[in-house]
Design a binder for this molecule. Structure first.
Ligand SMILES: Cc1cc2nc3c(=O)[nH]c(=O)nc-3n(C[C@H](O)[C@H](O)[C@H](O)COP(=O)(O)OP(=O)(O)OC[C@H]3O[C@@H](n4cnc5c(N)ncnc54)[C@H](O)[C@@H]3O)c2cc1C
Length: 147
């Protein structure tokens, strides 16, 4: 949910006053930081030029929507089926309207190779980082349960 009008005259909504998406993936502080950075880069004089207000609002709304879509993807692509909630999420009828036009600029085989190398990079990074349980055990285990 994002406010229809994020900036009005000399009042800019940042953080929860601008919008809220969902608590599980904790994107709120990122959106606050991003709102502040964006505001600094357009820092207004006393004129509050309409073009600056529109640019800020349009880009912030777009960012909220992109984060929303990223969050929805996690719920939609879940492999959990153990409760009605997760089964309902897996059946969400959300599909992109279209693919990115840049994808049309590469032949299918090149695209496959490119996606393959991205997949390998991600797997490589995931293989190097410790599992969630091990990280907690090593860095912040509750007293008495260190592994
Ligand atoms: C337990 C917990 C863990 C969290 N973990 C994460 C995390 O890991 N990552 C993440 O991104 N986000 C996290 N969040 C969310 C994040 O902390 C909040 O979204 C963020 O702090 C909101 O900041 P804000 O400035 O928009 O609003 P707030 O922090 O709610 O600030 C609003 C301020 O306005 C004041 N106020 C309200 N009404 C009035 C009024 N009428 N007049 C004057 N002042 C008023 C309030 O007193 C308050 O000080 C977490 C939140 C909680 C509760």
């Amino acid at each position: 949910m994002v406010r229809r009008q994020i900036w009005s005259r000399n009042c800019v909504a940042v953080g929860l006053s601008a919008g809220f998406l969902e608590p599980l993936e904790s994107t709120a502080i990122h959106l606050i930081q991003s709102g502040i950075s964006r505001l600094l880069s357009l820092f207004p004089d006393r004129g509050f030029d309409r073009a600056i207000i529109d640019e800020y609002s349009c880009n912030m709304r777009k960012e909220y929507e992109q984060v929303r879509d990223f969050l929805v993807l996690h719920y939609r692509s879940t492999e959990r089926r153990d409760t009605p909630f997760w089964r309902r999420c897996a059946g969400l009828p959300v599909l992109p309207w279209r693919h990115h036009p840049l994808a049309d600029e590469l032949p299918a085989q090149k695209l496959e190779e490119l996606l393959g190398s991205i997949r390998m990079l991600i797997h490589g990074a995931v293989d190097r980082i410790p599992a969630h349980e091990r990280f907690i055990a090593e860095h912040c285990a509750a007293r008495g349960v260190r592994g």
